[in-house]
Design a protein around this ligand. Structure first.
Ligand code: KIV
Length: 272
């Protein structure tokens, strides 16, 4: 029997067993109770309460504005909808970069106030001390390398990262550092597929790719992109499984029309 099927609750240990067993890991973002419930009941392995909430929930251009309080609100809503999957929460920009003491305090707030199971933060060597300190407090950490959206103003573009040899070498080194520090998994975002393959093969912990090709140990997408809620974002790596924007738009138009023409409510939809 597969590791994923035999398990009642997914833990960080389950993910490592899945990698060892050659089973792919599925991860999706969610930010609220109702979608988290649907996604958990659909057998997802991991829900990421991503700081992409800043974009898709709050309408900001980048992930930078979202606050720790707002992440805590989203994560505690998600947790109430989940029974089985692992829930990982992003530490938002500004909540961990200053020093490892602040990073640990932010991670503790997430764990205490949301009931989530792990945190994720962006970066390699530059955040290593924080990663170690958070892990030594008993909090599981997921790393995030490649295109790290909190550094968008340093990169200047959302283009593929680590195409050049020097950046690829740093990414390989950072991935190893994160594994050695005790991270349970690492997200690889928008890097060449063959580099992601090399990193995935060299690590014992699972890699979760987004725009990093098929050789990663798992895949993650932003829910609003894959469900077609947000239809403006169409990168090459995205597979859109639904067009919710269109379906909701049509349903609302129908409702407006029914109200205006007194077709809603009917007698059957009214009380005697
Ligand atoms: O915030 C987010 O949704 C993420 C994923 C893109 C990995 O970090």
């Amino acid at each position: 029997m597969s590791v994923q099927k035999e398990i009642k609750k997914i833990t960080t240990n389950t993910l490592q067993r899945m990698k060892a067993n050659g089973e792919k890991i599925s991860m999706l973002t969610a930010y609220d109770f109702s979608f988290a419930k649907i996604i958990d009941n659909a057998n997802i392995d991991v829900i990421l309460v991503g700081d992409s909430a800043s974009n898709v929930m709050a309408g900001h251009e980048t992930t930078l504005p979202i606050t720790l309080e707002q992440m805590i609100y989203h994560a505690s809503s998600v947790i109430r909808g989940v029974h089985r999957c692992l829930v990982v929460v992003d530490l938002p920009f500004g909540s961990y970069q200053s020093n490892s003491e602040i990073a640990l305090a932010s991670a503790i707030r997430i764990m205490k106030e949301t009931g989530a199971h792990a945190i994720k933060l962006e970066g390699g060597e530059e955040v290593l001390e924080s990663v170690k300190r958070i892990i030594s407090a008993g909090i599981p950490v997921m790393g995030h390398l490649g295109l790290t959206p909190q550094s968008i103003y340093k990169f200047g573009t959302y283009n593929v990262r680590a195409k050049e040899a020097a950046e690829a070498a740093k990414l390989r080194h950072d991935a190893q550092l994160l594994e050695d520090a005790g991270c349970f998994a690492v997200v690889l975002e928008k890097i060449p597929a063959l580099l992601a393959k090399e990193v995935s093969e060299s690590l014992h912990i699972p890699t979760i790719g987004i725009g990093a090709g098929k050789y990663c140990d798992g895949q993650v997408l932003v829910m609003h992109d894959m469900l077609g809620i947000n239809t403006e974002f169409k990168p090459r790596f995205l597979r859109q499984y639904l067009n919710i924007y269109e379906q909701v738009n049509m349903a609302v138009q129908q409702y407006v029309n029914d109200v205006k023409t007194s077709n809603f409510p009917s007698d059957a939809e009214s009380y005697e």
